[in-house]
Design a protein. Structure first.
Ligand SMILES: [Zn+2]
Length: 292
């Protein structure tokens, strides 16, 4: 079992100082360490915060999937073979409200550069390196090697709805996710490898050379891509979907991942993720023939 999943399953239920910190962030008075009903409720909400969730007890009973012994090797001709993503099919749901133009980056923001050979080995989409936003380094004692890539899983964040698009608010949200996953969940880094914000920007999260913590017991060889937002409550923006399609296509091309190994979280485990408004869009994307 993935080490981080074990850690997740072993998270104690006692109210710790770290929980108190989270409660303070939620504007909860926590001067007493005694757990009130309200604090228990907020603690349970916190468990849902900053990342999608699934039912760990059910998951724990499932058999471990078998994997091929030979992992596909990355292709080295990617930059010449990849083509920019094609337009998405028109949505069948009501159009999302008019989306404000992407604001200009804050003056203090330095143009990000790819930080790893993975990111630098293909041209599109542009990826904002984790060094541009992450406040904590990967805890390498809590991560396992990816050991090659042969599948992709898509998620939503599943917390509060997201309507912001500016760089600073987005970075603060990513920093919250990282803090939650590392300090509260005890994981080695953000659970996902890439996060796509509502403006369609792609943010590097956990380094791709490490297994993620996004599908219980199925993180090896599995690239985790999360779309920022709660798509049980809101629709993704079209630019966000287009960016996801581009990102998935890039990884498929580079690592020869076939389209039938592109999943949504709920196709692997019992969970609402990636939400009722995103799931059909991703299924349509997969069936469109634009991938692979
Ligand atoms: Zn998920």
């Amino acid at each position: 079992m993935n080490r981080e999943v074990i850690l997740f399953l072993q998270v104690p239920t006692v109210f710790t100082a770290a929980d108190a910190k989270i409660s303070r962030e939620l504007n909860v008075e926590s001067s007493s360490r005694k757990l009130t009903r309200r604090q228990m409720l907020l603690a349970s909400l916190g468990a849902l915060a900053a990342g999608c969730s699934e039912a760990p007890l059910i998951v724990q009973q499932r058999p471990r999937p078998s994997w091929p012994t030979q992992m596909p090797q990355p292709r080295h001709d990617y930059t010449t073979s990849y083509q920019s993503y094609k337009p998405l099919p028109q949505p069948t749901q009501p159009a999302t409200p008019t989306y404000p133009p992407t604001p200009q980056p804050a003056p203090t923001f330095t143009t990000p550069k790819p930080s790893s050979s993975y990111a630098s080995s293909y041209n599109s989409p542009n990826i904002i390196s984790r060094s541009s936003w992450a406040k904590m380094s990967t805890n390498t004692s809590r991560v396992d090697a990816m050991n090659g890539i042969n599948r992709i899983t898509l998620h939503h964040e599943g917390w509060h709805t997201v309507n912001f698009t500016d760089m600073n608010t987005t970075m603060e949200r990513l920093q919250h996710i990282q803090r939650f996953h590392m300090k509260e969940r005890g994981w080695g880094d953000v659970g996902y490898h890439y996060i796509i914000d509502r403006a369609g920007r792609v943010w590097e999260a956990r380094p791709l050379k490490y297994q993620g913590a996004h599908v219980a017991d199925q993180n090896e060889h599995n690239v985790g891509i999360m779309l920022l937002g709660n798509f049980e409550k809101q629709s993704p923006s079209n630019i966000q979907l287009a960016s996801a399609q581009s990102m998935v296509g890039s990884i498929m091309s580079q690592y020869r991942v076939p389209v039938h190994r592109v999943y949504t979280h709920q196709e692997l485990k019992p969970t609402q993720c990636p939400g009722r408004f995103l799931q059909p869009r991703l299924v349509a994307m997969r069936q469109s023939g634009y991938l692979g």
